[in-house]
Structures are given as C-alpha cells and as structure tokens.
Design a protein around this ligand. Structure first.
Ligand code: FES
Ligand code: FES
Length: 197
C-alpha cells in the first residue's frame, strides 16, 4: 500500500496537512529565583502556580496546598519580605524574587524562634496549617515585634486551622516575639529579602 502521496507533494497530501491539528509544545518562560538562599533557574509554563513550582519542581513540599483558592493560607511563603499565598502567585511573577519557605527557617540545626515557639507552646496538632501559620507569623512579628493577642489573631485572619482552636498558635507567636527580642534579631531573616514598601 502506498504512502498516500505524503512525499509526492500532491494536492491530497496538502489538504490533509492543512487540516491536521497542530500539537505544539507549551511555551515556557525562564525564571530565576532564590529560595532559602539557593539560586535556581528553570523554564516554566506561564500558567504554573508558585506553590506547584516550589513543591513539584524544587521538591520543597513543606509548603502545603489546602484549598487552591486563596482561602486557607496553608501555602503561605515569604516573597521579597512579604507573606504571600503561593497558590495565587504565578511562578513567572516570582522572577527575580527571594523566597523563604518553611524549609529555610532553621539554621545549622537550630530552630528559628517561631519554630521553637510552636514546639514549646504546642502550636500544632496535625501540622497541616503549620508552615503557613509560621510564615504568616513572621510577617506579623516583622511589622509589630510585640503584638497583642488581638493583633496576632487579626494578623492570622487569612490562615485556617482545623485542629488547635488557635489559642496555642497565638501563644506560640507570643513566645517567638519574646525570643526574638531576647536575641535582638529580626523575625524575617535578611536572606529572605526585605519588604518593598
Ligand atoms: S492553598 Fe493557598 S490559600 Fe489555600
Ligand atoms: S494543626 Fe491541623 S490544621 Fe492546624
């Protein structure tokens, strides 16, 4: 059986070629980001959400996906010094950004004060909300190093916890506030970028 004029340049072949669907590889864009002090460069699809970039491309699965709709805060990371819900940021929007995830909190096997606070004050049960809670807490403490309980609760408005009833989370953040003051440090490490006001 012949090859139906594919190579003979006949009219039939031309028509078939014109109507066949073209399957093109998705367009990708190059991004460069620094995550937890490590520089990365990847080609990503423009539709890729930052949370999937962190989890599936970089393997940083400490950033959780609870809702995908900006409701729960489980995906919160610090980007250029600001807490953002990484399910609402495209990876391409993070071009050039400095990002801190929960994996970048401890240094040299020493817990960050916010991690120590959650440990000491039993700020978690299942732990699903915890990475997002801790990173949101850093922004609360960065903007107001000694927040009241009410101010902490207000700052946690966008983060949901199904287990703890929140009181232990508030206590954990107050613990971190005291600890950071004692140590004379800042809530958000320099390496996480500074908030651009
Ligand atoms: S997964 Fe991003 S806010 Fe819930
Ligand atoms: S500790 Fe389980 S959702 Fe917060």
């Amino acid at each position: 059986m012949g090859r139906e004029g594919k190579e003979d340049g006949g009219e039939g072949a031309k028509l078939r070629n014109d109507v066949s669907p073209s399957v093109e590889a998705p367009v990708k864009k190059a991004i460069s980001v620094t995550v937890n002090g490590v520089p990365y460069r990847h080609e990503v699809e423009p539709r890729l959400l930052l949370v999937y970039y962190l989890r599936e491309v970089l393997g940083l699965t400490g950033t959780h996906i609870g809702c995908d709709t900006t409701s729960c805060g489980a995906c919160t990371v610090i980007m250029n010094g600001l807490a953002v819900k990484s399910c609402t940021v495209l990876a391409v929007q993070a071009e050039g950004a400095t990002i801190l995830t929960v994996e970048g909190l401890a240094k040299d096997r020493t817990l960050h004060p916010i991690q120590e606070g959650f440990w000491e004050e039993h700020g978690l049960q299942c732990g699903f909300c915890t990475p997002g809670m801790m990173l949101t807490a850093l922004q609360i403490l960065e903007r107001n190093p000694e927040p009241s309980e009410e101010e902490i609760r207000h700052g946690l408005d966008g983060n949901l916890c199904r287990c703890t009833g929140y009181q232990h989370i508030v206590n954990s953040i107050r613990y971190a506030s005291r600890k950071i003051k004692e140590e004379g440090g800042t809530a958000i490490p320099e390496t996480a970028g500074r908030e651009r006001r």
